[in-house]
Design a protein around this ligand. Structure first.
Ligand code: EPU
Length: 348
């Protein structure tokens, strides 16, 4: 059993969340191994403290100070397992940087996650919201997750089907606080077809034949597209898409389309998914800014912290946008990032 890592008090979290909003942790610790994680959690339990598990801080809004223990999972490590024919399993410690892992896999010629390049955050956070972009979701190649089950104190291996993946959703989101992800296993392949159907990718790649492309080309194309449309959180603080793309039933969609024939929508197995960015854009929000926070001028789905904004400023803007989309289209937007800290009034 390794020693409990150093627990610090009253730590500023501004640099640890990609919206760069200020908030303090009453206690803060970084766990570099499963043992350090367990001993830190044991300490929090003995002190009767709530715990916030932090990865890259790219999918959360800190609404205020956190009065418990903020535990940053910093478990590193990458290795290959079961290399057979064209298949291999890439095992990532939860604290590995996601984008670096994508480039590493693509450079090795393995396919599966190249469309998920440049998504901020850690490997351990990726399954929580089932990250997705350009026609691929993490669940398409996730084999299993090793996690600490805080209900039993045991390490468990959860297979893909047990993770209850859905659009930006998973078991880990559905049972908040229960599991802490330690390791992620990805089933990659040298021969599976590249996923090139997303319109932006097709436009970027033009007439290049699929057979002339490898996963690194695709990762580079995705990086170029993202850099064009999405702000780099290191330069313009943001938390990626702030709302999920809402799914409505077919009858609702038809009446919306009657009024707005240009509405951007994607048919699903059940209902129709609407482009939240389009809805927000139509309400005139793209490029909006007040003194502190605003809406990105190239992607209406991204809220940004221009200058000294707080979590409360971001949430107030989000609420105003939600109301305006609700009034104009009768569609309710659901936030993508989680809200932590501060008063409970925001935590719906
Ligand atoms: N659009 C507008 N105005 C805008 C932006 C977009 O009208 O300001 C319209 C365009 O017509 C566009 C459509 O909305 O065709 C969809 O936009 P885009 O292709 O940029 O994708 P998105 O639905 O806004 C989703 C994910 C992104 C992911 C991209 C690419 C969600 C909530 N967002 O965005 O994920 O990178 O597709 O696959 O599903 C994230 O989750 O943080 C994220 C960035």
């Amino acid at each position: 059993m390794s020693q409990r890592p150093e627990i610090r008090e009253n730590v500023e979290l501004r640099a640890l969340n990609t919206l760069h909003v200020p908030a303090r942790a009453r206690f803060y610790v970084e766990a570099h191994s499963a043992d350090e994680l367990v001993s830190s959690l044991d300490w929090a339990a003995s002190e009767g403290l709530e715990v916030l598990i932090l990865g890259g801080g790219s999918n959360l809004v800190l609404a205020g100070d956190f009065i418990g223990l903020v535990l940053r999972v910093a478990i590193r490590g990458r290795r290959w397992e079961h290399i057979e024919d064209h298949m291999a399993t890439l095992v990532l410690g939860a604290g590995e940087n996601w984008h670096e892992a994508v480039v590493y896999a693509a450079r090795a010629g393995y396919r599966g996650i190249e469309n998920l390049a440049l998504i901020p955050g850690t490997a351990g956070a990726a399954p929580v919201q089932n990250i997705g972009a350009y026609g691929v979701e993490l669940c398409d190649c996730l084999e299993s997750v090793t996690a600490l089950d805080r209900n039993t104190g045991e390490l468990v291996v959860l297979e893909n089907a047990e993770c209850r993946f859905a659009y930006r959703d998973s078991l880990f989101k559905q049972t908040p606080g229960r599991y802490v992800i330690i390791e992620v296993r990805l089933a990659l392949s040298r021969s599976r077809p590249l996923v090139l159907g997303y319109r932006d990718l097709q436009e970027y790649l033009g007439d290049t034949k699929d057979s002339d492309l490898d996963p690194l080309h695709v990762a580079e194309a995705v990086m170029a597209i993202r850099r064009r449309k999405l702000p780099d959180p290191d330069i313009i603080p943001n938390a990626g898409s702030f709302f999920k793309n809402p799914v409505v039933d077919t009858a609702t969609f038809e009446s919306l389309r009657e009024r707005d024939p240009d509405i951007v929508a994607y048919p699903q197995e059940h209902g129709v998914k609407l482009a939240a960015a389009w809805l927000i854009d139509q309400c005139g929000w793209k490029g909006f800014r007040n003194a502190r926070v605003g809406v990105h001028n190239r992607q209406a789905l991204v809220l940004i912290n221009h200058s000294g904004g707080t979590g409360a400023d971001i949430l107030e803007l989000a609420e105003t946008i939600r109301q305006s989309v609700g009034e104009r289209f009768g569609v309710t937007l659901e936030m993508e990032p989680g809200i932590v800290g501060g008063t409970e009034k925001h935590n719906r």
